[in-house]
Design a binder for this molecule. Structure first.
Ligand code: PMV
Length: 331
């Protein structure tokens, strides 16, 4: 049997940081994201006659060849296979070879684990021939350990309801990709891989003295962002996502041990974004667990903004994204 799935990364406008339950991957707060049209993983699985064969190959960003994955990544895939079997209530077993290719740098704050594990959730459900609805698939993706994978399953703009327990914590689409012409220009400042996994980071969020304050502030920010989104008020939306990114990174920087993802290049580009705004180029930033910047703008301004950054020496590459559909069979 051979199956192939394509799934997008997503950029969170309201972030998931910190967990109520680290085993069930239950978040402390709701989060909200957009699927990215040009940052995706294409993952295929081929079953093998020997049940003991469990292999993973990864084709890195801009590479032509698949390479054997490291043991840590393979272990995550095998552990998740066991989690999926439990969730799908099956004792069947398969030998398999998984091949994953990314259209963007992995582990650089562009949610490569979200695109990979959401694809894997669908692959595992297909492998065991279990028909899951979107809610169940989103729950299964969340259980991969990369909770934000649950937001890549539905189309367009996803809202992950934190829920009370495992069956009520999943993502739904609140608007299709065509709803709003938002663009995410991912400014690649460094395509190297980060050293600390998000999973380790989530567990330490509560050690930050700013975390309670963040959760308090989120109550209003979640209401506000929904209103700004409904009204398509880009200015309001933009200031909210910047405040949100700074709030999450302030917690990261003050947790113990601290996590500093920003570099001097990140700060330099933030200043240029703010500078560009004062010249009439409306754009805002958000940043994930990495040094790279997600520049959010409206389609009508994209070309001018591209020009504005075209000679910027610190930017290695720009990946331009619109809102995209969620996890699907590869065609
Ligand atoms: O889903 P995880 O465990 O990879 O954590 C994602 C955390 C952030 O990317 C920093 C924020 C988010 O909501 O995407």
């Amino acid at each position: 049997m051979k199956l192939k799935i394509r799934s997008p990364a997503n950029i969170a406008f309201i972030k998931y940081w910190g967990q109520k339950d680290g085993c069930l991957i239950l978040p402390m707060n709701d989060s909200f994201s957009m699927n990215l049209s040009n940052c995706f993983s294409t993952v295929e699985i081929e079953t093998q006659n020997d049940f003991n064969t469990k292999q993973l190959y990864i084709k890195k960003y801009q590479s032509d060849n698949y390479e054997v994955a490291d043991q840590t990544s393979l272990k995550k895939v095998i552990d998740y296979y066991q989690v999926a079997k439990k969730f799908l209530k099956t004792n069947q077993d398969f030998g398999f070879i998984i091949k994953s290719a990314n259209s963007f740098p992995k582990k650089a704050g562009i949610a490569s684990s979200a695109s990979f594990f959401s694809a894997l959730a669908m692959l595992y459900s297909r492998l065991f021939e279990k028909e899951l609805n979107q809610k169940e698939l989103s729950i299964l993706a969340r259980l991969s350990g990369s909770g934000s994978a649950c937001r890549s399953i539905p189309d367009g703009f996803s809202w992950w309801k934190k829920g009370r327990d495992s069956s009520s914590s999943y993502a739904v689409s609140i608007a299709p990709p065509s709803y709003w012409d938002l663009n995410d220009l991912v400014l690649i400042l460094n395509s190297g891989e980060k050293k600390v996994s998000s999973q380790e980071g989530h567990q330490k969020a509560k050690t930050s003295g700013l975390y309670k304050e963040r959760l308090r502030g989120l109550k209003k920010r979640l209401v506000d962002i929904k209103k700004a989104f409904e009204k398509k008020d880009f200015t309001w939306f933009g200031y909210l996502i910047e405040e949100e990114a700074i709030s999450m990174h302030s917690v990261m920087m003050t947790q113990k041990p601290p996590l500093y993802f920003w570099s001097e290049r990140t700060i330099d580009i933030i200043k240029k974004i703010i500078g560009g705004r004062s010249q009439g180029l409306e754009m805002y930033f958000t940043i994930d667990a990495g040094e790279n910047i997600h520049l959010i703008c409206q389609g009508k301004n994209k070309e001018k903004i591209y020009q504005y950054f075209s000679k910027e020496k610190n930017i290695l590459n720009i990946i331009s994204n619109q809102a995209a559909i969620g996890t699907r069979d590869y065609e």
